[in-house]
Design a protein. Sequence first.
Length: 454
Amino acid sequence: MKRHGFRLSLVTRWSALVGTLLALGMLIALGLDHLFPEHPALVFVICLVAIVPIAVITIRTQIQPILSLFRALEGTVASYRDGDFSFSLHWPQNDELADLIAAHNDLGQVLREQRLGLVQRELLLDTMVQNTPVAMLLVTDFAAGTGTAAGTIVYANLAARQLLSEGRKLEGHGLGDILETAAPALKEALARGGDGLFTAGDGEDEEVYHLARSAFTLNGRRHELLLLRHLTTELRRQEVQTWKKVIRVISHELNNSLAPLASLAHSGAELVRRGQTERLPQILQTIGERTRHLETFILGYARFAKLPAPRLEARPWGVFVDRLADQVPFRLLGDLPQEPAWIDAPQMEQALLNLLKNAHESGSRPEDVGLQVRRVQEALRIDVLDRGTGMSDAVLTNALVPFYSTKRSGTGLGLALAREIAEAHGGRISLSNREGGGLAVTLILPALPGTHTP
């Protein structure tokens, strides 16, 4: 901040100083010339002897505070470089150097406030990290996927210390040394690389964890951030909720089938007692239909719960698609791949039948239900397309969750079974709304057995 009031700049001060010295020299020369008019050389020598010491002393007196100020500035800049922003300077004159010192002090104040803000944020972040239930480990020179988990721990929060060393400090220790006393499942999960779930313990002591990792380079060294999240309680709670939902769905479906069956059986017995048997065939036919519906419902659950590992075989696409067309109508879009499909034909047929039936039940016209199969790089892409009502964001989020259904009579297993089959084949499934209306269900599968989709 600039000072207010009378201001005397450096140029003005030094100009006045030089002018004063010159005037003094001229006065001395004139006086000596009056005393020694016949000796100009003597006058010159006397002037030099008198003026030069005065000029040197005067200039030195003026420059010394400026030099001291420059040394102080050099010291404070060095302190700033070392992270110490507590210094400020003072200059008594109201000139350009005062403006420089004011700017320097303002910079120091800004740096102090920024440092204080950083310290507060670091403290807040450290408090959050230390108190999070997720175990966090930062390891340098980490070697993943080599069969061993090596590296030096440079940071560990409280949850990590409690999980791996009973609360003792972990920084500076080798990860391999710490894992010597850890569960074998944790060592295997860290050694093989990648994210995933693993289980530690047996029986009632079984604990489920999720391992996530992120690699980055800091100061030219490779670091790995390891996050271990305890999921046992959450998974058990979710398991209970899932079982409750399954029981509700099964109970609802059984009640919807058994109540009419009991009523029809009672009506048939009453008609036989009265000798009025002409309506018995209709009653028996209805009982048969409800029984078959109940059987289909139960088989759907059994098929989802007992899905075997797929047996991959080479199947020509033409034959496979013809079998689908014999069971549900659709329009084939584009040409089929020339290479055979490496799939478990019964399982993939079941998955696509579920998707095609869903397309027909979406409100789409039958001629707008389409199937497209194409080779995309090293993967196969199968699209089931319709022009129905599509799905809302909430339904898209939950559509692949088992037992989730928006249909009054739906079981919520069709899409879940298709997802299970796709993932068992090493692929994945996705849903998206189409431009112009309708839904696209996409299966991405490996083109050859033993490969993984991108």
